[in-house]
Design a protein around this ligand. Structure first.
Ligand code: FAD
Length: 466
């Protein structure tokens, strides 16, 4: 047993299962500290996630305390300054799991070499993906740009590879304190209490993630291919925030899914969606420019329009298109939005309103509990047409037809846009065709901010310019 203190740098891995770095720390050391570095300036644009993060820290702390491990949180705006100071102490060994984002991986290189220079014992482990980013490449060694061949290769590679042994986390001898100037997890909560509704819906803890996974596998996975399209029902897993914060490792998802016999079309489809997450992580690491700019350079010349009135109407769910407004209100109220509706509201912003996808991406970043740079940026660029393997720009979602097809009875709209609750199926997705004594368009619900046909023609015209 190593006499030094074992440190585990907690990032997106709020779990005990398949947490290789933490397991290694408890195997090698009697005394272990888990620490989290809170970057306030990063989270200033991730308001909803401040809530999830704060709750995750509180819940994980309890799990760790049962193992005689303390969780210490330090606020810092620079990993480098923190570690340059820490390294001076030299009385520790350190472990962590990878986060597959270019900034994290770049910092890892700095840290690995600083630790090596000072002779400090350290080890970095695989993070929360099925495969390492560099493991999946085309036969000519270049990265995939198209999803289907990527996933065919990635799935096969994963099935054939020998998984890392799952080490058990051991109980430590005694609980100690180590870092100075620590803060409490409550300090991370947003000041305004707008997130109160989240507390009724979400329980950010590993055991709930595992329970939700089992519920999904037992009750919904068989019908997932079909059920995932309809926002009025719970047809998907709703595991995304748990996956983002690592309450659930995707390998656990894989293992539990394939245990279920017989394997259904739903299971394959579901694992393919996990594959999209893998693809997005591969993309942002091989093409990091896409995190801030268009993946496809020809979109740099796209004539986006600045229109704060339209942007605000979209954010508030007051565009006059019921399915769009329902989605935006679901997002603000619950911190989550159904995938189909994400595509509809995204398409509406970039194509009907001609507003740059970056504005949408920023708003989602602030409101989504599952926000992840890889999937948010790739999702937005997929919608806009500027991404890799994206929907072509000229494919413009018609919000009326999308509503009529995927929310036939208007149940989803009525849930989130209650001012339309008395409209019949015939009018629920085009309330401008309805009028009576009780319902006045322009007073009870807005007129559409743009006309679909006019906006569509304008978008196609703008696209011709690039
Ligand atoms: C504009 C836009 C922005 C998005 N932003 C994010 C984001 O910030 N974070 C995020 O996790 N997902 C994002 N997505 C992808 C997708 O909408 C969500 O992952 C999904 O809705 C989460 O719900 P679920 O857990 O019930 O998904 P399920 O259908 O149950 O899928 C299971 C898991 O697979 C992954 N997944 C599913 N669909 C996708 C997809 N299209 N792309 C990548 N991974 C997927 C997620 O980890 C998800 O939890 C975005 C999609 C769009 C169109």
């Amino acid at each position: 047993m190593d006499k030094k203190i074992g440190l585990f740098w907690l990032r997106d891995d709020f779990r005990l299962a398949k947490n290789h770095g933490l397991a290694e720390a408890t195997t090698n050391h009697d005394e272990v500290i888990v620490f989290y570095l809170y970057k306030k300036d990063v989270y200033k644009d991730q308001e909803a996630q401040k809530w999830w993060l704060s709750k995750s820290l509180l819940n994980f702390e309890k799990q760790l305390n049962n193992l005689n491990i303390n969780l210490e949180i330090v606020e810092t705006n620079s990993f480098k300054i923190f570690f340059d100071n820490l390294i001076k102490k030299k009385d520790f060994a350190i472990y962590w799991n990878k986060v597959y984002e270019p900034d994290y991986l770049k910092f890892d290189q700095y840290l690995l070499s600083a630790l090596k220079n000072k002779n400090i014992k350290h080890k970095r482990f695989k993070g929360n993906t099925l495969n390492e980013i560099d493991e999946i490449k085309k036969s000519d060694g270049t990265p995939f740009k198209v999803f289907t061949p990527f996933w065919r290769t990635a799935e096969k590679y994963y099935i054939e590879k020998v998984p890392l042994k799952n080490k058990i986390i051991k109980k430590c001898k005694k609980q100690i304190n180590y870092l100075k100037n620590c803060i409490g997890a409550e300090k991370i909560l947003p000041n305004k209490k707008w997130f109160k509704n989240f507390e009724k819906i979400w329980f950010p803890e590993e055991k709930n993630a595992l329970k939700e996974l089992q519920n999904f596998i037992n009750e919904r996975i068989a019908n997932y291919s079909e059920g995932r399209n309809f926002p009025n029902i719970v047809g998907t897993s709703k595991l995304s925030p748990f996956i983002k914060f690592g309450q659930l490792h995707v390998e656990t998802i894989w293992d539990e899914c394939i245990k279920k016999k017989p394997k259904t079309v739903g299971t394959s489809k579901f694992l393919t969606e996990i594959g999209w997450r893998e693809f997005n992580h591969s993309l942002i690491n091989h093409f990091p420019h896409m995190l801030k700019n268009n993946y496809s350079k020809k979109f740099d010349k796209f004539p986006w329009e600045k229109n704060s009135k339209f942007l605000n109407a979209w954010k508030k769910g007051l565009t006059g298109y019921p399915i769009v407004d329902a989605g935006m209100r679901e997002l603000y109220s619950t911190g989550w939005m159904h995938n189909r509706v994400r595509m509809i509201v995204g398409s509406f912003l970039v194509k009907h309103l001609l507003i740059d996808w970056k504005d949408g991406e920023k708003y989602f970043r602030n409101c989504l509990l599952d926000y992840s740079p890889a999937s948010n940026v790739a999702g937005w660029q997929w919608v806009a047409g500027s991404g890799a393997d994206a929907a072509p720009y000229f494919r413009i979602f018609n919000p009326i037809l999308q509503g009529e097809k995927f929310d036939k009875e208007g149940e989803y709209v009525k849930k989130w846009v209650p001012e339309l609750k008395d409209l019949s199926k015939k009018f629920i997705h085009k309330p401008w065709e309805f009028s009576n004594q009780k319902f006045k368009l322009g007073k009870d619900y807005p007129y559409p901010i743009v006309k679909h046909e006019v906006a569509r023609a304008k978008a196609l015209n703008a696209f011709k310019k690039i």
